[in-house]
Ligand binder design. Structure first.
Ligand code: MN
Length: 318
């Protein structure tokens, strides 16, 4: 499955790995994991990972790279964990000389810029990279295994949301046998602080709901500022409202500093990806998101009505 990608990687001397806007554990883990893999297995290549990464893991797993424009222009760009060039955090990706992509999100638009491996049944991009390692018979080290384990751990909601359990556990076991340290990773993941407690308190006392079964919250930028949570971080905590009995869909609408709106939808049954796609977003069937031009109340109401509709359709089918 990865033969063609490996061939393209092998013929390039400069490689830059790009992740998406608001990088999560799978994005950061697959960027660092793949970077260190290529450095280890092709010591003559210059390989970099760009973007903001996930700062709290820099000590355990590694830092992102600072790369100048000239290098990007002569590089193969690898997109991980994101649909298309527009979703990438570092928009200099547009200047790269060649592109490939490894991803597990549903495709909104066909990726025409280069070759790709997309498997939307995969639980994480890191899982796809483990498959790539097995196919290419590449060497690994403990840092690579920690990075990839982090992505699998976080994108599966710590081993809950999995399509194929035996395979996922085989991959996790391979990473542990080769140096991944789940205890150390969980320790970093589990750290919380009082600002987070304050945010949770706000969510649990201010949520709204529809009769059909959408539970949601809209945050003005000012409110997020007062709560000391960035809009992207707030969006990442949408699961604070998960699995409330009678509410199969939960959603956050967070105003960004520039007035745009970062929305996240999750579901325990009905598909939310089609609703995200309708407004220009995407993601997975049960976990999707979209950036809206503004916090227009009518648009948000339209989206909530659409989410209500998918619940009704889902209930009819059942
Ligand atoms: Mn992912």
């Amino acid at each position: 499955m990865f033969e063609e990608l490996r061939h393209i990687i092998e013929k390039n001397e400069y490689i830059v790995i790009f992740g998406h806007i608001n990088p999560d554990g799978d994005c950061y883990g697959s960027q660092i994991g793949l970077r260190d893999l290529l450095r280890l297995n092709y010591p003559n290549k210059k390989v970099y990972a760009v973007g903001s990464g996930w700062r709290r893991f820099f000590n355990l797993i590694g830092n992102m790279d600072v790369v100048d424009d000239e290098i990007i222009k002569k590089s193969l760009a690898i997109l991980v964990d994101g649909n298309d060039l527009m979703r990438m955090e570092d928009q200099r990706i547009g200047t790269a000389k060649e592109f490939i992509k490894i991803d597990h999100h549903m495709e909104n638009n066909k990726f025409t810029e280069g070759k790709f491996v997309i498997d939307d049944n995969a639980n994480s991009t890191c899982e796809l990279i483990v498959k790539f390692i097995w196919e290419a018979k590449w060497k690994v080290n403990p840092t690579i295994c920690n990075a990839l384990f982090l992505g699998i751990l976080t994108d599966t909601g710590r081993f809950q949301f999995i399509e194929d359990f035996p395979i996922a556990f085989k991959e996790a076991s391979y990473l542990c046998e080769n140096g991944a340290d789940p205890k150390a990773i969980n320790k970093v993941l589990n750290i919380t602080n009082e600002d987070a407690l304050k945010f949770k308190g706000y969510v649990f006392t201010h949520y709204q709901k529809t009769e059909t079964g959408v539970i949601y919250l809209t945050f003005k930028y000012k409110t997020l500022e007062e709560l000391k949570v960035s809009p992207s971080k707030a969006g990442g905590m949408v699961n604070l409202l998960n699995n409330v009995l009678g509410y199969p869909i939960w959603a956050f609408f967070c105003e960004n500093e520039d007035g745009t709106c970062h929305a996240e939808f999750r579901s325990s049954g009905p598909g939310v990806q089609p609703v995200a796609a309708k407004y220009g977003g995407g993601g997975h069937y049960h976990a999707a998101g979209v950036t809206l031009a503004d916090m227009n109340e009518e648009t948000i109401q339209m989206i909530i009505d659409d989410l209500d509709t998918v619940i009704k359709e889902y209930q009819k089918e059942e």
